[in-house]
Design a protein around this ligand. Structure first.
Ligand code: FPP
Length: 266
């Protein structure tokens, strides 16, 4: 368990020493607590390229620093009791980027997991992948599947990596499955319910996100979890993803805690 997670856990159980308090930059009153911590937080990690450009660095430097933010935010989310963290790491539309950038992005899950898998296992994190494996390079799929395999019995935070994920494709695939069931006479089209459709979504088994965060000032969903975000709370920030810190996550969650979720009711 990393120092930060240990510190957060100790704080929750009220056994933090003066010395340990000084080791952290985060003030105790800034850390969200209580019953209404969002169970599932989903993040559109945007702004890596602009972060790099602003520093005169190549875009890939932005992605590399984005990977460091993934580590930071995974630990922070785990520390406050989030159960599922879904990160949009590569969309079905991102293949349109220059080949060298795509190749770099495809190596990042591998690098991240080779550096962090030990600590993820120590922290009882379960790694999952949400996306279409078909176009992904073998080395990317192999690294993620190995992490999924090694963490499959873990019961802590679910770190759900959305890789080659696109919501419209996901829904079209789900529709095809229902159509096949109907043609085979296994399903009456008039009796199809939302739950029948959800069974075929890549997020099957996970709760819908309670909170969606998008960084970098863009205010759109970019084909991300269109079905699952129907009743999620949205939180946007101008901060670029490589700079997104624990404090930004806590700000988003505190704002979430102030919202009244009515699901169409009163
Ligand atoms: C969008 O920023 C970001 C991406 C398409 C890639 C996100 C990937 C990471 C943060 C690293 C993932 C790491 C792991 C471990 C899965 P952008 O490049 O579109 O930024 P811009 O809009 O400023 O150009």
């Amino acid at each position: 368990m990393g120092l930060f997670s240990k510190w957060l856990r100790k704080l929750r159980f009220g056994v933090l020493t003066e010395n340990e308090m000084q080791q952290s930059q985060v003030k105790s009153e800034e850390i969200p607590s209580g019953d209404n911590i969002p169970e599932h937080v989903a993040i559109i990690m945007d702004g890596n390229g602009r972060w790099a450009k602003a520093r005169g660095l190549p875009r890939i430097a932005g992605h590399h620093n984005g990977m460091k933010a993934v580590k930071r935010i995974t630990k922070a989310a785990d520390g406050i009791g989030v159960k599922v963290l879904t990160l949009y790491a590569f969309s079905t539309e991102n293949w349109k980027r220059p080949k060298a950038e795509v190749e770099f992005l495809m190596k990042l899950p591998q690098e991240f997991l080779s550096l962090e898998l030990g600590e993820l296992i120590e922290n009882n994190v379960q790694v999952k992948m949400m996306g279409n494996r078909d176009l992904l390079p073998d080395h990317t799929v192999a690294a993620v599947e190995e992490a999924v395999r090694q963490t499959r019995h873990n019961t802590g935070l679910i770190l759900n990596l959305a890789l080659n994920y696109g919501s419209r494709l996901e829904m079209v695939e789900a529709a095809k499955q229902l159509a096949r069931q109907a043609v085979a006479g296994e399903l009456d089209p008039d009796k199809i319910e939302e739950s029948d459709f959800e069974k075929w979504l890549l997020s099957c088994g996970l709760p819908d996100p309670d909170l969606l965060i998008r960084t970098s000032g863009e205010l759109r969903l970019s084909n991300f979890m269109l079905w699952q975000l129907a009743y999620s709370e949205f939180w946007f920030t101008d901060v670029y993803w490589p700079e997104f810190s624990e404090e930004h996550l806590y700000d988003a969650i505190r704002e979430y805690q102030r919202r009244a979720r009515r699901y169409g009711g009163l």
